[in-house]
Design a protein around this ligand. Structure first.
Ligand SMILES: Cc1cc2nc3c(=O)[nH]c(=O)nc-3n(C[C@H](O)[C@H](O)[C@H](O)COP(=O)(O)OP(=O)(O)OC[C@H]3O[C@@H](n4cnc5c(N)ncnc54)[C@H](O)[C@@H]3O)c2cc1C
Length: 327
């Protein structure tokens, strides 16, 4: 691995000041838990001259509002999120997503901000000696090559699928992220955080290279809303999602669904909300007929590649099971 400087700033301004305004594979980058950035450096996919650690910035608190909302600091570990005593009762889907990530070691080291900003896991992108669109090349080898793990929605010209379990649930929960850069702080809804490959190839988010994601805010959920996260992974012990669903449902006294939100993970270059699936649930009683209709609506716009059509069946099955569990 190429030598690099380790910067340990003790204020947000100083940290931002260490970061470059333009992206380059050699420019300074943010270091959180190091689970991902060090891997891409070892494989020479990124070659930053410096890493700017967030360790001393005090971004490691989980703060519950009186009204049921919560603000989660960027360097809160995934393990701390999973173990927060209020999480099981207030946000069980987020707890489930946190618990589904990696192994105990990965959860103890990996942070919420790092999880949301981690780079794609596409085997071509991760291969040290393969060039592709994501690394300044002129091709996406997944489009016609090995594309079992690739996107079935939102792909082109690159077809990676987004790896973050937390992002899928946070979008379903209506979260907003706080971002600090040279111009100060801005708040961005999670629905606007991620970019598609058609918008940008050298990044996956709207963050500039000199911006730091400092926290995530989840608003209070609608009264009576119940939510669930279900993930299918190839390896039972620990693995990324082949497909996942985050779903929230609110029912009236008569049992009919009044509000719903459905977000898919592992199937697109960003967490993929499917409003048509939510519409198929609203106005219907919770039951197999509505769950099947929601599944069909969820995959109606899927555009699979040669080896990943199975994700369509996974999404339908996962959504049915997640709704069945909520019922
Ligand atoms: C074997 C393995 C299995 C895994 N399985 C899963 C899984 O099943 N599901 C899942 O969701 N994740 C999974 N992960 C990812 C893991 O959850 C880590 O969260 C993730 O790798 C990065 O977290 P980190 O804190 O170590 O970030 P780092 O490696 O320090 O940073 C990751 C990237 O984000 C940038 N970054 C970090 N923090 C910020 C910030 N606050 N603002 C701006 N940019 C920032 C860095 O510059 C870097 O580009 C797995 C990882 C491994 C190694």
């Amino acid at each position: 691995m190429k030598d690099f400087d380790l910067k340990l700033p003790d204020s947000l301004d100083a940290a931002v000041g260490e970061l470059p305004s333009e992206y380059s594979r050699d420019g300074a980058q943010v270091l959180a838990g190091g689970q991902d950035i060090v891997t891409v450096m070892k494989d020479a996919i990124e070659r930053p001259a410096a890493l700017v650690s967030l360790q001393r910035l005090g971004l490691d608190a989980i703060e519950w509002d009186g009204d049921g909302g919560v603000t989660i600091g960027a360097t809160v570990t995934i393990q701390a999120l999973a173990e927060d005593p209020n999480m099981e009762f207030s946000l069980p889907a987020l707890r489930e997503a946190a618990r589904s990530i990696g192994s105990p070691q990965i959860r103890s080291q990996g942070t919420v901000g790092g999880n949301l900003n981690q780079r794609p896991r596409c085997p071509y992108y991760r291969h040290p000696s393969v060039s592709c669109f994501k690394k300044g090349g002129s091709v996406c080898l997944a489009e016609f090559g090995f594309n079992k793990y690739a996107a079935i929605f939102g792909g082109g010209p690159s077809y990676y699928s987004h790896p973050s379990d937390l992002a899928t649930v946070l979008l379903m929960l209506g979260a907003t992220v706080s971002i600090t850069g040279p111009a100060g702080e801005r708040r961005v809804p999670l629905s606007e955080l991620y970019l598609l490959p058609e918008d940008a190839l050298d990044t996956e988010t709207v963050l500039s290279p000199d911006e730091i994601l400092t926290s995530v805010h989840i608003p209070a959920q609608p009264p009576g809303a119940r939510s669930s996260y279900l993930k299918f992974k190839e390896r039972a012990s620990y693995d990324f999602a082949l497909a996942a669903v985050a779903v929230s449902v609110t029912r009236g006294d008569d049992g009919v669904v009044t509000e719903a939100r459905v977000v898919l993970g592992g199937v697109a270059p960003k967490p993929w909300e499917v409003p048509a699936a939510a519409r198929a649930l609203v106005g219907e009683p919770m039951g197999p007929q509505a769950w099947t209709a929601a599944g069909e609506a969820a995959v109606a716009d899927a555009d699979p590649l040669e080896h990943n059509g199975y994700k369509i069946h996974l999404v339908k099955g996962l959504l049915f099971r997640a709704l069945e569990a909520l019922a």
